[in-house]
Design a protein around this ligand. Structure first.
Ligand SMILES: [Zn+2]
Length: 384
C-alpha cells in the first residue's frame, strides 16, 4: 500500500520568527536571502497540491536532550543568551554579527576564552551570514523540535510499511516519505559553530535521535538503526560532516559544488576518521552541472555507497539552490530535473525524511521542492 499523501511537518514558531534585515554578500549589504518568504512559497505550492500533501503544525516537545547529543552545551548557552548580551553591550539591534573571527593563522597560543559577546560571536560563528536576532534561538529550537516530530512519524510510517510489505500489500519500490519544512536550516551548523544561515543542525539531531532509540534495531545487523544521509544542497554540509566525522553511523554523503561556499570543506579526500573512516563521502561537482549530469552522479552515489550501507532510514538534506537561476549558486538544474532527483531517491526503497535546507530562487522554490517530493512519490510528469 502506498500512502496517498505525504505528511508535511512545519510550524510558524520556527518558520516566521527569525528575520534578520540584511546580510553581506561579496562585500555588499543585501537583503537576507534565507527569509520567511521561502517558507511561504513552499507552503503555498504544497497546499495547491492537496491531493499529494497533508500539512500539519502538530509539534511535540522533545526537550533539550536530543539537541545536547549533537551540540556542545557552551554553544547552546551562547545561542540562547547572545542577543540579550549583545544589546547590553551596545550591539546593533539587527542582531549579533562577528567582527573578529579567530583565523587559524593568529591562533598561536591555543584558544583564549572569549569574555564578551562581540568576542564570543567570532568564537562561535564562522562567517557573516548567521545573524542572531531576538528570536533566532527560539526559531532554531523549534525547527529542531519539528524535525524530531517528523522523525518520530518516520519510525511509525516505516513500521507500517514493513508490515504492509510482509503482508504483500506494498512493494519496496514505494517507500514512505515525510517532509520537515523548517527554517533556519541546519547543515552548515557544526557541533559548536554556527554559520551559513544555520544554528542548530536539524537533520543531525534527527539522525542521532534515531540511533539513540534503544528499541529500534537495524535490519542488517541488529545494532542501532542505520542512517544514510544524502545531502543534495548546492553547498557542502560542513556541519553534518563535522558532527559525524568519527563515527560509522550515520553514513554522510554529499553532492555539492566544487570551489564554492563554504570553500574550505567538501573535498573527496575528507573520508572520515577513526571508526568513521570510509563513512564520509563527498562528491564535488563542477559549476554549471546540468540535470543529466546531476542525476547520473546521484545514481552512482546511491549505487556505490548508499545501498551497500544497508540503511534503515534515509535522511535527505533537501536544498534546491542547485536550481539554474538561484541567486547565490551556480548549477544548471531545471524544474524538470527535480522530479528525477526525487525518483532516484525513491528507488533506494527505504523510508525517507526530507529536511529543508537551502534554495533561494523565490519564484520557483515551491515548484522545485514540490518536484523532488512528487518525484519521490512516483508522480511523474512536469509539475505545474
Ligand atoms: Zn545551500
Amino acid at each position: 500500500m502506498t500512502p496517498s499523501r505525504m505528511k508535511v511537518f512545519t510550524s510558524t514558531l520556527c518558520t516566521t520568527m527569525h528575520t534578520p534585515a540584511y546580510e553581506f554578500l561579496s562585500g555588499a549589504k543585501t537583503h537576507y536571502y534565507e527569509s520567511p518568504d521561502r517558507r511561504d512559497v513552499i507552503l503555498k505550492y504544497l497546499e495547491s497540491q492537496s491531493d499529494a500533501f497533508e500539512i500539519t503544525e502538530r509539534t511535540e516537545d522533545f526537550g533539550a536532550g536530543p539537541i545536547e547529543r549533537v551540540h556542545k552545551q557552551d554553544f547552546i548557552d551562547y545561542l540562547k543568551t547572545a542577543y540579550e548580551e549583545w544589546i547590553e553591550e551596545g550591539g546593533h539591534p539587527n542582531g549579533v554579527l562577528p567582527g573578529t573571527i579567530p583565523h587559524y593563522k593568529i591562533a598561536r597560543h591555543g584558544k583564549l576564552k572569549a569574555s564578551n559577546c562581540l568576542a564570543k560571536s567570532g568564537e562561535y560563528c564562522f562567517d557573516l551570514s548567521a545573524v542572531i536576532t531576538k528570536d533566532t534561538f527560539k526559531a532554531a529550537w523549534n525547527a529542531a523540535q519539528v524535525t524530531l516530530t517528523a522523525t518520530k512519524e518516520l519510525v511509525r510510517a516505516a513500521d507500517e510499511f514493513e508490515q504492509s510489505v510482509e503482508a504483500g500489500c506494498a512493494t519496496r519500490e514505494n517507500p514512505p516519505g515525510l517532509y520537515a519544512l523548517v527554517r533556519p536550516p541546519g547543515h552548515h551548523a557544526q557541533s559548536d559553530i554556527c554559520g551559513g544561515y544555520c544554528y542548530l543542525n536539524n537533520l543531525a539531531i534527527a539522525a542521532q535521535w534515531l540511533i539513540d532509540q534503544p528499541d529500534l534495531k537495524s535490519k542488517a545487523d541488529g545494532g542501532p538503526k542505520r542512517i544514510a544521509i544524502l545531502d543534495i544542497d548546492f553547498h557542502h554540509g560542513n556541519g553534518t560532516q563535522e558532527i559525524f566525522y568519527t563515527v560509522a553511523n550515520p553514513l554522510y554523503t554529499s553532492l555539492h559544488s566544487v570551489d564554492d561556499y563554504p570553500y574550505f570543506t567538501g573535498s573527496e579526500l575528507e573520508k572520515g576518521e577513526g571508526e568513521g573512516l570510509g563513512f564520509n563521502i563527498n562528491i564535488p561537482l563542477v559549476q554549471a552541472t546540468t540535470n543529466d549530469d546531476y542525476v547520473e552522479k546521484l545514481d552512482k552515489l546511491i549505487q556505490d555507497h548508499v545501498i551497500p550501507f544497508k540503511p534503515d532510514y534515509i535522511l535527505v538534506s533537501l536544498g534546491v539552490d542547485t536550481y539554474k537561476d538561484d541567486p547565490i549558486a551556480g548549477f544548471l538544474v531545471t524544474s524538470e530535473g527535480y522530479p528525477r532527483i526525487g525518483n532516484s531517491i525513491r528507488k533506494i526503497g527505504v523510508p525517507t525524511l526530507f529536511v529543508q535546507e537551502g534554495g533561494y530562487c523565490i519564484e520557483k522554490l515551491g515548484l522545485n521542492v514540490g518536484g523532488i517530493l512528487l518525484g519521490f512519490m512516483g508522480r511523474t510528469g512536469t509539475p505545474q
